[in-house]
Ligand binder design. Structure first.
Ligand code: SF4
Length: 343
């Protein structure tokens, strides 16, 4: 049986078969298959997550990231709890059901204050997703008790040597510990990886895909690596869109019930990148609802903008309709998570 047919039937592939799919020249059949599996498994609804980038301060120094502490060209800023809640309130009014709080890895908020912010957003009736990096078990636990529903922590790459080279001072084992802790605490866990990192092989991307399946991730975000001119990897740029899209489509075939975002980085590389992703297995979009902070939150250059919260949502609704999709009005819980019966 050919790998695509096998994946549609069994949702399982060997590492060799995944590598074959990542290497195919014309991937149109792969994208069609991923779109079909997406439709049959999670339907035509697209979940919107309102993204609030709460801080551009980071104590880490990842070589690929514009927020790295050694980057002196970035404006560092941190929202106040009140500002965060206000943005969440505006998003709720515009019809968003989930808020994602994303920021550099830092301790400036203080755990108790952050727990207060989570409680404040929960009072608005919204689901809360956090993307705040590596924390202790106790801090993850505090946020969970405060009401946080989901946590996003990408593994970035499962190649330990490459990971520790690109994220100096960080340990691969601690990354794994964090993901394990999040699962133990009952979070809906989102993970993912970057595609096209200098020194990363297709073989290694196949390992990344199998890692997400084994975790298991309830959501998987695949980000094409985009070289940021203010980082040590400034000159390592190449177009990683196609390989990222193939990796994403393979993930949909292997993990039919998870949520897969059409990432902003994809939109940055292609004018309609997010819609191409939605037609190749993705079912989530994370528009920015955090106002001006997104101007400074430059993980990579040329980041696609979302515009005004209400208007952008209306515009999205129209565009989704044109491709036979619609905005799902529910909280967007991953079907894979529901199947584990953790709630
Ligand atoms: S990738 Fe995350 S942890 Fe690393 S520098 Fe950027 S914001 Fe900080």
């Amino acid at each position: 049986m050919k790998p695509i047919e096998k994946a549609i039937k069994t949702h399982a592939l060997t590492k060799g078969e995944i590598i074959t799919l990542l290497n195919i020249q014309d991937a149109s059949l792969l994208y069609e298959a991923a779109d079909r599996v997406r439709r049959e498994s999670v339907g035509d609804g697209v979940h919107l997550r309102g993204l609030i980038e709460i801080s551009t301060v980071c104590k880490q120094n990842c070589l690929y990231c514009g927020l790295r502490r050694d980057n002196k060209k970035i404006f560092r800023s941190r929202m106040t709890p009140k500002e965060i809640i206000n943005h969440a309130q505006a998003a709720a009014k515009a019809g968003y059901m989930t808020i994602v709080l994303q920021g550099g890895e830092e301790d400036g908020f203080g755990a108790d204050k952050m727990a207060g912010v989570i409680k404040g957003i929960k009072r608005l009736g919204l689901a809360v997703t956090l993307s705040l990096g590596e924390k202790s078990f106790e801090e993850y636990s505090l946020y969970r008790q405060a009401g946080a529903d989901r946590y996003l922590l990408r593994i970035e790459t499962t190649d330990k040597t490459l990971y520790e080279k690109l994220d100096p001072g960080m340990s691969f084992e601690n990354r794994l510990r964090c993901l394990k802790d999040l699962g133990r605490l009952g979070y809906e866990v989102g993970s993912g990886f970057m595609v096209g990192l200098p020194g990363q092989s297709v073989d290694s991307i196949a390992d990344d895909i199998l890692f997400l399946k084994a975790l298991p991730a309830h959501m998987a975000g695949i980000g094409p690596f985009i070289a940021n001119p203010d980082t040590p990897l400034a000159n390592c740029g190449k177009d990683n869109f196609d390989l990222s899209l193939k990796a994403m489509a393979v993930i949909r075939l292997l993990m039919p019930n998870i949520n897969i975002p059409a990432t902003t980085a994809m939109e940055t590389l292609r004018p309609d990148g997010r819609f191409t992703a939605l037609k190749s297995g993705a079912n989530v979009i994370m528009p920015n609802v955090g106002g001006d902070m997104s101007e400074y939150y430059r993980l990579y250059p040329g980041k696609a903008k979302a515009g005004e919260v209400k208007e952008y949502r209306a515009e999205l609704e129209k565009k989704l309709k044109a491709i036979g999709r619609f905005i799902d009005e529910g909280p967007g819980i991953s079907k894979a998570y529901i199947a584990e019966d953790k709630k």
